[in-house]
Design a protein around this ligand. Structure first.
Ligand code: MN
Length: 398
């Protein structure tokens, strides 16, 4: 099928073909690349060499020009790639543009325009309610009528591998009389899935989702729970979230996810007209969260209550326009089981039930030096898996 030497079970096979930005060891220039097995194809160079019509979209060092070009161009690039990789006559021309993944540095794949983070896992919302507001109703009254979200800080969305500096801020434990200032003592993660907008628009209907959204990545919405709990009364997250949000290097195009599409959970009550969908846009991603190499959680993305087309319809329904490079994330992905919780807040139940690690240590919230890696795969055709790679970050002292 291909002249490349690819393992049958590679997460980066011909059915995947995600896109990202990278530089070759020792060089500063950022290029657009496509991971293939344990290599990356320099798509910028390959398009130039073959005089592909889309070559000018790949010279910015970020995906934004390709994102803005829209679905016809996205299809054309993907079909061209598959043609190159399956036609033996391209092998000699393209081989020099394959680099071992171990010899490249990945970067932020796109310039982030606006960043919105949802709160669309019912189990996460239930858990957070029980932990933060034990006396209140389990779900907020609006929760099943609209996908709740907050606007995050686009300028602090960072590439996987960027160290995360422990944030300072105000925190006031329930038992303290007054707030104090200092490094967060309840630093946490949120394992999430991000959606990258290509084509601008407004009032985007759920049916038009794939005309605007280019692809999917993994997101770690780092969260300082102590800062968040004190400041979010009554408005939403601010400094407890805005210090860093990490994203995975490779953006998996929607076209690679046909076999991952499933019905979302039943929605009761039926949402208002603008939030109704006819197509399946639940995504059967199997997420894994590792702390210092130990698997601590396996959140199932298919359990998300609100799907990405509903989130996009909601975030544009008031007339707010999309921009190329907008990122919206799912919210913490948490399944019903204890080992499916997408945050340490939930894994340690607010710090009250420390998590046992295989090395004999325990953890409630993150310590300096801790490394968190979030990875995911999804079903591909014929029993293959589509890989998302991982988003990784290490906590360093503030
Ligand atoms: Mn979040």
């Amino acid at each position: 099928m291909t002249w490349l030497d690819l393992a049958d079970d590679t997460p980066f096979g011909l059915e995947n073909l995600p896109y990202g930005a990278f530089s070759i060891a020792g060089a500063l220039e950022r290029r657009i690349g496509v991971p293939l097995g344990d290599h990356v194809l320099d798509l910028t160079a390959a398009a130039e060499e073959t005089a592909a019509p889309f070559a000018p979209l790949l010279t910015a060092g970020v995906l934004n020009p390709l994102l803005a070009a829209g679905p016809d161009t996205w299809r054309e690039v993907r079909e061209t790639l598959r043609n190159w990789l399956t036609e033996p006559r391209y092998a000699d021309q393209l081989r020099p543009h394959l680099h071992p993944l171990t010899e490249v540095t990945t970067h932020l794949a796109f310039e982030v325009a606006d960043y919105v983070d949802f709160y669309s896992s019912e189990q996460h919302a239930l858990n957070a309610g029980r932990i933060f507001r034990p006396d209140a109703a389990e779900l907020p009254p609006n929760w099943k009528h609209l996908p709740i979200a907050y606007h995050g800080r686009a300028g602090t969305v960072v590439a996987s591998g960027t160290p995360v500096v422990r944030p300072h801020g105000q925190r006031k434990p329930r038992t303290a009389d007054a707030p104090s200032f200092g490094p967060s003592q309840r630093l946490d993660i949120e394992a999430e899935v991000g959606f990258v907008v290509g084509v601008p628009g407004t009032r985007v209907s759920t049916a038009d989702f794939a005309d605007h959204v280019f692809g999917v990545c993994l997101v770690n919405d780092w969260s300082a729970r102590d800062i968040q709990a004190w400041e979010s009364q009554p408005l939403g997250p601010f400094l407890g979230k805005s210090f860093a949000t990490s994203v995975s290097p490779w953006i998996v195009p929607l076209a690679a996810l046909d076999h991952a599409r499933v019905d979302g959970p039943p929605q009761d009550p039926e949402p208002l007209e603008y939030l109704r969908t006819t197509e399946k846009w639940g995504l059967d991603l199997a997420i894994e969260v590792r702390l210092n190499g130990h698997l601590v959680s396996s959140p199932p993305f298919a359990t998300q209550y609100w799907t990405a087309p509903q989130q996009l319809a909601h975030l544009t329904v008031n007339g707010a326009g999309l921009r190329t490079g907008d990122l919206f994330a799912s919210g913490t992905v948490t399944g019903p089981d204890r080992d499916q919780r997408g945050s340490f807040l939930e894994l340690s139940w607010g710090g009250r039930e420390p998590l046992d690690l295989p090395d004999g240590r325990t953890r409630t919230f993150l310590e300096d030096g801790d490394e968190v890696a979030i990875s995911a795969t999804a079903p591909g055709p014929g029993g293959t898996r589509i890989g998302f790679g991982e988003v990784r970050g290490t906590v360093v002292p503030g």
